[in-house]
Structure formats: structure tokens, C-alpha cells
Design a protein around this ligand. Structure first.
Ligand code: XMP
Length: 490
């Protein structure tokens, strides 16, 4: 029988600042370091980064940009299920080769009407179709302009080009582009066997896709997207899956819980998408999930806005939590995501060395343009709102069950997060560039060519408090802000 005194003879658990990667001889340059990884069993990314499922971080705009840049965004779940479906569809439609929601014109409309419609819908040309959807012609700003200049109210059928080059549904980007060059056109309507319009390919769309050659795409070339679902939200899971979500994230603050596990198992068997389960922080939790989960997410209280550890007295410093889970997960080839507490790119690559395949960040991205919410100004500095999903405000908007708490209207919440503001940062692209570039620098220092190499080969050294101070800028007054270093707020 263990005495209470013996109970206090406890193992130490470490977090990011407690360790550093040990530099070793290297044969690779940072930019050669390959950051490809698996975020779940069947979903590969070129950038090992996820944006957090929080209502001040990831909606469709963030998710679209994350996927374009090679990572993945996880849509939060403080929204009605229909909105989840629409958000998934919005990401899936962005950068699609064949546009399905085509703006069309009717032959009897006047050129003025069509001009106004095209302006409103933000397009510069439209197929002209009859009431059955048969393609009769195509009209563009160039066709209309001469009529507008002389003020003629002609019908579209007069102004349109009626020799239309069309293609079938299975057209590739290359074939479409060849047609466009050959015929000096910018749009190719897609038609079925009987000439009915089913979609449209545009030059602009093809060029835009080319810009993002590392984008995270599914087998059909559509951007990847993740969706958070509550531990007992089968209906949101099924709806998101039907809408084309690639990965579902069972979003729970403590997934090592019998009823959460049973429900997660049920959800996993009723959807096609991969299912990542979290959050956890121990080997026993990993053991309980590893047989059915397509990925495991780690983090009990490391987040910048979390108060779980102070409120509940429970938690696991993040580096030890990652290693606990990764030791089990790696035996079963289940990817591990380190969620929360990452402030610098160095923390992110340390997480990988501790066994993570990818990292999830909230505060790091909450200040970017793509995050929901307005820019606010305080004392001349710009901020964006950032709040914990366990904060009173966020729980009131719906997500209390993440903390396994009943969202009882007239009862007072016991929150596990705070509502805050984070410095405004500009575009996600440049933030992500700094994050991934810093991770690659780390890979250079440890001589790792790939994420797998970092996991296998990187070693740590322990850092003293004096070593931590030494590691940050010290004894100087910073005169110019670096794009990848901000002194800690507190
Ligand atoms: P960072 O540090 O990147 O952390 O801002 C984001 C992660 O924090 C978790 N999260 C919470 N944890 N109370 C908590 O204890 C909360 O209110 C809360 N909200 C979010 C979540 O895992 C997120 O990805």
C-alpha cells in the first residue's frame, strides 16, 4: 500500500521551455527539409500545421487559406449544423477546377441587365443558356462594352458569341488550358451529352490553382477541410461527412472518458472521413483510442487561453503529454497532433521531436486577417479578439459539452478558458511562412530531412531557468519587431 508521502514522489513532466533540440552534424539545408506529414491515417499535408477549431480562429475563410498553403483548418462547432455544411462546401468549392455554381445569362436579357448582374456577382463573363440549360452562347464584358458605349438596349442574343467551345465533365486543367490558348478564350462551359450546362472552367481559376501547388487537396483536387464535432454530435458528424469533410475531430477537453470513447467509436463507424479523437495526454488514454481512431490529438490545458489546469488542478505539461501518447500511437501507425501552447516555431519543431506528426495552433493564427472577427484598436495598437472555447462567452454560444458540462441556461458556467485579445498580425500566408520556415531551420540544426527523421533522430537537452533567459533576446532594447519573435505578453 502506497503512503501519501510516497504518492508525492512523482515523475516530472516537461514542456516546451524545459528542453532544446541538441544540434548535430547536418547534411541538409533548411529549405531542403521536407515537411510532408500525415495528419490522420489517410490525409497527407505538405505543411504539418492545423488551425484550431475555435470560433475566433477557424471558419471557412481560414480553412480555405490553410489548405491552399498546404496545411488544414478545422472548422469550429459553435454554429448550427447547416452552417457547418455550408462552410465545408465553401472550402471544397474554392479553387475548384470546374465551377458548379455558374452565373448564367438568358438570351432575352438586355446587355445592361447582364452587365449589372455580372458586376454584382463578381464575374467578367457568363454562358448564355435557354430555359432548359442548353448552352446558346457566351457573353463577356468585351462583347457588351460597344453596346454600353452607344447606349443600345440590345438583347444578349445579339451581343453574345454564339460559337462556343465546350468540354465534357472529365476535362483536365491541361486540356482546358490548351483549348483556351487555341481559341483565344478565357472560359470553357462544361456540358453533358445533350449540351446542357453542368459547369464552367475559367482561365483565372486555373491560374489561381497553379499558384498553390503545395495545397492540401483530396483525390478530386478539392481543398481539404477538417470539422470539429462534439463528443456526442453524431448528426453534425454525418452532415459534415456527407458535405465532403476530410477529417472529423471529436472535440473534447478530456477524451479519456468511457462515454466519449463509445460515442467516438460509433461516429467513426458511421462516416467515411478520417476521425481524429482528442484531447488526451497519457499513454493509457492513447491505448484506449488507438484501435479505432485515425489520429490522436494531445493537449490537456497547454493553450494560451486555457485555465483548465488552474481551474481543475489537472493537466499534463505538453512535451511529456506528446511523448506519452506518441509512444503508444507510433506502435499502431496512428498520427499524433500536438494541440495548444505553441508560441514560436521552435516550440512546433520540439513538439515533432517529442513524437507529434503535426501541430495545431490557436493564438498564433487568431490575429491574422483570415480569422473571424474585427480588428480592434487599444492605445494605438491593433488587436483581434481571441477566446477559449471553454470561456463563458464561447460556452454561451454553444460549446459547453467540450468540457463535458451541461449548457444549462440559468446556471452559472464554470469556465475553463478566458476571453482575450491578440495582436493583429496581417496575412495568414506570412505567419505560416515564418512558422514553417522556423521549423525547417530546426530540422537543419538536427540534420533531419523529413518529419519522420525529426521524430526518430532528434535529441533533447534540458534547459535551466538561466538557460531559458539566455535563449530569448536579453540585455538589449528591441528596436524593430522581428516577424517571428514577439516578447511574451506576460
Ligand atoms: P493555443 O495555445 O494555440 O491553444 O492558443 C489552442 C488550443 O487550446 C485549446 N482550447 C482550450 N483549452 N480552455 C482550455 O483549457 C479553453 O477555453 C480552450 N479553448 C481552446 C484547444 O485545444 C485549442 O486548439
Amino acid at each position: 500500500e502506497q503512503t501519501f508521502l510516497e504518492k508525492l514522489n512523482v515523475p516530472e513532466a516537461l514542456t516546451f521551455d524545459d528542453v532544446l533540440l541538441r544540434p548535430t552534424e547536418s547534411h541538409i539545408e533548411p529549405e531542403e527539409a521536407n515537411t510532408r506529414t500525415n495528419v490522420s491515417k489517410n490525409v497527407e499535408l505538405s505543411v504539418p500545421v492545423l488551425s484550431a477549431a475555435m470560433d475566433t480562429v477557424t471558419e471557412s475563410e481560414m480553412a480555405t487559406e490553410m489548405a491552399r498553403q498546404g496545411g488544414i483548418g478545422v472548422l469550429h462547432r459553435n454554429m448550427p449544423i447547416e452552417e457547418t455544411v455550408q462552410s465545408v462546401e465553401r472550402v471544397k468549392r474554392a479553387d475548384e477546377l470546374i465551377i458548379r455554381d455558374v452565373v448564367t445569362a438568358a438570351p432575352e436579357q438586355t446587355v445592361q441587365e447582364v452587365d449589372q448582374m455580372m458586376n454584382e456577382r463578381g464575374v467578367s463573363g457568363a454562358p448564355v443558356v435557354d430555359e432548359d440549360g442548353m448552352v446558346l452562347g457566351i457573353i463577356s464584358g468585351t462583347d457588351i462594352r460597344p453596346y454600353l458605349e452607344v447606349g443600345d438596349r440590345d438583347e444578349v442574343r445579339e451581343a453574345m458569341t454564339d460559337e462556343v467551345i465546350t468540354a465534357a465533365d472529365d476535362v483536365t486543367a491541361r486540356e482546358a488550358l490548351e483549348l483556351m490558348y487555341e481559341h483565344k478564350i478565357e472560359r470553357v462551359p462544361i456540358v453533358d451529352d445533350s449540351g446542357i450546362l453542368t459547369g464552367l472552367v475559367t482561365m483565372q481559376g486555373i491560374l489561381q490553382r497553379r499558384e498553390y501547388d503545395d495545397a492540401a487537396r483530396d483525390a478530386d483536387g478539392r481543398l481539404r477541410v477538417g470539422v470539429a464535432v462534439g463528443p456526442f454530435e453524431d448528426d453534425r458528424a454525418v452532415a459534415a461527412d456527407d458535405a465532403g469533410a476530410d477529417v472529423l475531430f471529436i472535440d473534447c477537453a478530456h477524451a479519456h472518458n468511457r462515454s466519449v470513447i463509445e460515442s467516438a467509436q460509433e461516429i467513426t463507424s458511421s462516416v467515411e472521413a478520417d476521425v481524429v479523437v482528442g484531447n488526451i495526454g497519457t499513454a493509457e488514454a492513447a491505448q484506449a483510442l488507438v484501435d479505432f481512431a485515425d489520429g490522436l490529438k494531445v493537449g490537456i490545458g497547454p493553450g494560451s487561453i486555457c485555465t483548465t489546469r488552474v481551474v481543475s488542478g489537472a493537466g499534463m505539461p505538453q512535451m511529456t503529454a506528446i511523448a506519452n501518447v506518441a509512444d503508444v500511437a507510433s506502435q499502431h501507425d496512428v498520427p499524433v497532433i500536438a494541440d495548444g501552447g505553441i508560441r514560436y516555431s521552435g516550440d512546433a519543431i520540439k513538439a515533432v521531436a517529442a513524437g507529434a506528426d503535426a501541430v495545431m495552433l490557436g493564438s498564433y493564427f487568431a490575429g491574422t486577417d483570415e480569422a473571424p472577427g474585427r480588428i480592434i484598436t487599444r492605445n494605438g495598437k491593433k488587436y483581434k479578439q481571441y477566446r477559449g472555447m471553454g470561456s463563458v462567452g464561447a460556452m454561451q454560444s454553444g460549446g459547453g459539452d467540450r468540457y463535458l458540462k451541461e449548457a444549462d441556461e440559468d446556471e452559472e458556467y464554470v469556465p475553463e478558458g478566458v476571453e482575450a485579445a491578440t495582436p493583429y498580425k496581417g496575412s495568414l500566408e506570412s505567419e505560416l511562412h515564418q512558422l514553417v520556415g522556423g521549423m525547417q531551420s530546426g530540422m537543419g540544426y538536427v540534420g533531419a530531412e523529413s518529419i519522420a527523421d525529426v521524430k526518430e533522430e532528434a535529441e533533447f537537452v534540458r534547459v535551466s531557468p538561466a538557460g531559458q533567459t539566455e535563449g530569448h533576446p536579453h540585455d538589449v532594447m528591441i528596436t524593430d519587431e522581428a516577424p517571428n519573435y514577439k516578447p511574451r505578453e506576460n
